[in-house]
Ligand binder design. Structure first.
Ligand code: NDP
Length: 285
């Protein structure tokens, strides 16, 4: 089948991890220690467990110290807050990540706000979010950061382009739209109430899809030559395999560049988390 360039997040993230490993290897001599990422996982959500294991493995590969706290689903908000306070106060901890979603009864916003903004390697703290929107120094969320890296790697110029982001979540859609805007793309944000979504997405020269619905973006919704970034991670209802929000087989022949699922945005998110952790460490030196 003819198709556009498949943009491998796996390959680019491997490259980033190798570079980070080299950088981190010099830290013990220069700074006396390596960066340290603390991860908190509450409860037994299987997807969250997989993500946390992926983060542990990636830290190990790069030489970042990782401590994962696996807390029972019965953990209270107070317990979680005191755990975060201890990590905030610990000078040996550079990054703190609380794996989302949290069990019911815990206020996610309260938890995220409790993390020291300088240790917020996820970039979810209100001060980091505000920093992004006000163009102040900040930690940028890992998935949007990874998406921009992929576009740069593919040599996509964004200035003046029509970019469409489908999905308006705080963690993916909105920050991605802002980063594209900062690169002087003309950005449209779509969501579940958008009328005639296909008419909007067909006009996109750069299309980023983050909705969480298996193969929702069909071939007829994509214009010839579009650059397509698929953020979705879904289980195919029939085969049970991982698939994106984009119908890859139908869209790839029309796209000039497209990311696969798995092996696209997912590994970039982890590589950018490692990078944010190294940056948090270096800011303190
Ligand atoms: P959310 O559920 O928070 O947001 C989904 C967004 O999609 C909402 O803005 C929603 O609109 C919109 N949406 C839902 N249905 C439709 C529709 N039929 N038409 C148009 N828009 C629609 O999801 P996330 O942003 O957290 O995640 C999106 C996907 O990306 C998921 O599959 C998730 O697993 C994946 N993901 C992958 C990551 C990675 O590293 N690869 C990282 C994070 C997420 P509305 O606001 O109107 O409800």
């Amino acid at each position: 089948m003819e198709h556009g360039m498949i943009l491998s997040g796996k390959a680019l993230s491997d490259k980033m991890k190798l570079a980070l490993r080299e950088q981190v290897a010099a830290f013990p001599e220069r700074y006396g220690r390596v960066p340290h990422l603390a991860v908190i996982l509450v409860g037994e959500d299987p997807a969250s467990q997989t993500y946390v294991r992926g983060k542990e493995k990636a830290c190990e590969l790069v030489g970042i110290r990782n401590t994962t706290f696996r807390l029972g689903a019965e953990t209270t908000q107070e317990e979680l807050l005191s755990r975060i306070a201890a990590l905030n106060a610990d000078p040996q901890v550079d990054g703190i990540l609380v794996q989302l979603p949290l069990p019911e009864g815990i206020d996610e916003a309260r938890i995220i706000e409790a993390i020291d903004r300088d240790k917020d390697v996820d970039g979810f703290h209100p001060l980091n979010v505000a920093g992004l929107w006000m163009k102040r120094p900040c930690t940028v969320a890992c998935t949007p950061k990874g998406i921009l890296r992929l576009l740069d790697e593919a040599g996509v110029t964004l200035q003046g382009k029509r970019a469409v982001v489908v999905g308006r979540s705080q963690i993916v859609g909105l920050p991605t739209a802002k980063l594209l805007l900062d690169r002087n793309a003309t950005v449209t944000i779509c969501h579940s109430r958008t009328r005639d979504l296909g008419a909007v997405t067909r006009e996109a020269e750069v299309l980023v899809v983050a909705i969480g619905r298996p193969r929702f973006i069909t071939g007829d919704m994509v214009g010839e030559g579009a650059v397509v970034i698929d953020v979705g991670v879904n289980r195919d209802p029939v085969s049970g395999k991982l698939c994106g929000d984009v119908d890859f087989d139908a869209v790839a022949p029309k796209a000039s560049v497209i990311t696969p699922v798995p092996g696209g945005v997912g590994p970039m998110t982890i590589a950018c988390l490692l990078e944010n952790t190294v940056e948090a460490f270096l800011r303190k030196q």
